[in-house]
Design a protein around this ligand. Structure first.
Ligand SMILES: [Zn+2]
Length: 160
């Protein structure tokens, strides 16, 4: 039995914040504003898993009114969501994700993101696709004011 989920996330880019994507800290003069560490890629994937489970979104499970999640490590949030899926008898099949960010270039960091995400998702990095796109100079992403991420996740019933 299979389930599919879609996730999306956007953060404003501001000075004085780290830029973290897929658990990788990327050197840049700006980072994602947000309650947690602002890892939009990891948030989009977690949202996609919750979507596949029909369990609402990240905000329901980790409310930004709860100081517990202030500057939280998003890989830990993702790990909790994977655990929730496992409790319902699901494991991750594969993930396909897009990151939309004008600068910096992400190419050199993509494989590290896939490794990190695969470890938390309990799948091979070969089952985690991360693609980097720019905004072609258009809109808030093109102007470097924001970044966003989207993800699709396939869930499959565990065989055990
Ligand atoms: Zn987010």
């Amino acid at each position: 039995m299979f389930r599919i989920g879609i996730g999306h996330d956007t953060h404003r880019l501001v000075e004085g914040r780290p830029l973290i994507l897929g658990g990788v800290n990327i050197p840049f003069e700006r980072g994602a504003q947000g309650h947690s560490d602002g890892d939009a890629l990891t948030h989009a994937i977690a949202d996609a898993i919750l979507g596949g489970l029909c369990e609402g979104d990240l905000g329901v499970h980790f409310p930004d009114t709860d100081s517990q999640w202030q500057d939280a490590d998003s890989m830990q949030l993702l790990s909790r969501v994977v655990w929730l899926a496992r409790e319902q008898g699901f494991e991750i099949g594969n993930v396909d994700a897009n990151v939309m960010l004008e600068r910096p270039k992400l190419r050199l960091h993509i494989d590290a993101m896939r490794e990190n995400l695969g470890r938390v998702l309990n799948v091979e990095a070969a089952c985690v696709s991360v693609k980097a796109k720019t905004g072609e100079g258009l809109g808030p992403i093109g102007r470097g004011e924001a970044l966003s991420a989207q993800a699709v996740v396939l869930l499959k019933k565990s065989s055990s």
